[in-house]
Write a new protein. Structure first.
Length: 382
């Protein structure tokens, strides 16, 4: 198994809270891992940027583990607390600091002393709390609510967000000085559909996880199901993939997951979001589209073939070749001349493949007008 990141104990975690596994099989992910490992060896404040469900907390935990800091890893979701509570949660409070504060309590910064504090959804902090957070980062000390004596800190801060902080700064929703403090080192975590080499290994990981819970053995993905997973755009990222695999294991038959077992329902949502982003963004400069699209195709093809190899797919070459010929033939409306031209092979070779795969009969003559044959010549061939 490639480098796999998981939480220390996922047995008690709700299914849809966050991404619970992260793999680095795709070349883009492998490069990200190398970057993360370089950052982890320093004490630099780190900002992780990525969509919901891409595994930002797993990256933060990995940074903490590799940093060899002896203190704890403390994770706080800034969006989970009300405005009135998060101040005391982050910085702590003394007894009598506010109504209900019957005794002193340390905050999350103190709890993480000597270790790493992970602030998720940092973009949700109010402007007032941003000022206090900036002061803590500058002075490396925290003052509890209701106290005057500062408490020195030795905490590494790792923050994460799924919003564009550049736009938030421009809209005066996020302080620019805090942004620059947080982004000493930046990790850009790509959405799952942009790293297709991770999709099938992650799917097989979740099959292993939930097969044990459901008492299944030897469940595999059919080639068609693998292709469906690779072609899907994953608006919910790794979190959605886990849900899809869990459901597929419940409904699949005979130990093989088929495309109809996959509950893939979010593709329109990502396409809508992409359309909205394109409409709001300035028109990009013209650029050739063939190279990136070819690269993406190569990555998806390599991931699919690797998955078929690992699944011990019988007659691998014939399966891939038949899929290519069938797809091209149907795309060209079953016109042999056009299909041969698209595939870059002669029509005689194409007809051999069409016969081998049962797409035409062995006694089928060319259609009139195809391959330069006139109608009269076609009649004589028959």
């Amino acid at each position: 198994m490639d480098n796999l990141l998981t939480f220390p104990d996922t047995s008690g975690m709700a299914l849809s809270i966050r991404a619970k596994a992260l793999l680095f099989h795709d070349p883009r992910s492998a490069e990200l891992l190398r970057q993360v490992e370089r950052i982890a060896r320093t004490d630099a404040t780190t900002l992780i940027i990525g969509e919901t469900g891409t595994g930002k907390e797993l990256i933060a935990r990995h940074i903490h583990t590799l940093s060899e800091r002896r203190g704890p890893f403390v994770a706080v979701n800034c969006g989970a607390f009300s405005e009135s509570l998060i101040d005391a949660e982050l910085f702590g409070h003394e007894a009598g600091a506010f109504t209900g504060a019957t005794q002193a309590r340390s905050g999350w910064f103190e709890a993480a002393n000597g270790g790493t504090l992970f602030l998720d959804e940092i973009g949700d902090l109010s402007m007032a709390l941003q000022v206090k957070l900036l002061r803590v980062l500058q002075e490396r000390q925290v003052v509890r609510l209701g106290a005057r004596q500062p408490i020195p800190l030795n905490v590494r801060l790792v923050a994460a967000t799924n919003v564009d902080l550049h736009k938030a700064v421009s809209a005066d929703h996020f302080r620019s000085d805090l942004y620059y403090r947080l982004s000493v080192a930046t990790v850009q975590l790509a959405p799952l559909y942009e790293r297709p080499g991770d999709i099938l290994p992650l799917a097989r990981h979740f099959i292993g996880v939930y097969s044990g819970k459901l008492k299944h053995e030897g469940v595999t993905l059919s080639p068609e199901a693998q292709l469906a997973l690779l072609e899907y755009e994953w608006p919910g990222n790794i979190r959605e993939l886990e849900n899809v695999i869990h459901f597929a294991l419940i409904v699949c038959r005979d130990g093989v997951i088929q495309p109809e077992d996959l509950k893939l329902s979010g593709i329109a949502r990502r396409q809508l979001h992409q359309h909205e982003r394109r409409a709001a963004a300035p028109a990009p400069a013209p650029a050739p589209v063939s190279a990136p699209s070819f690269e993406g195709f190569q990555q998806r093809l390599a991931a699919l073939v690797n998955g078929m190899i690992e699944a011990d797919q019988a007659d691998l070459f014939d399966t891939v070749e038949e899929g290519l010929v069938r797809t091209a033939y149907e795309s060209c409306n079953r016109n042999q001349v056009q299909t041969a031209r698209v595939l870059g092979i002669s029509r005689n070779i194409l007809r051999t493949h069409l016969k081998r795969f049962g797409l035409i009969g062995y006694d089928t003559a060319p259609l009139p007008g195809e391959d330069g044959v006139s109608g009269r010549g076609a009649e004589l061939l028959q």
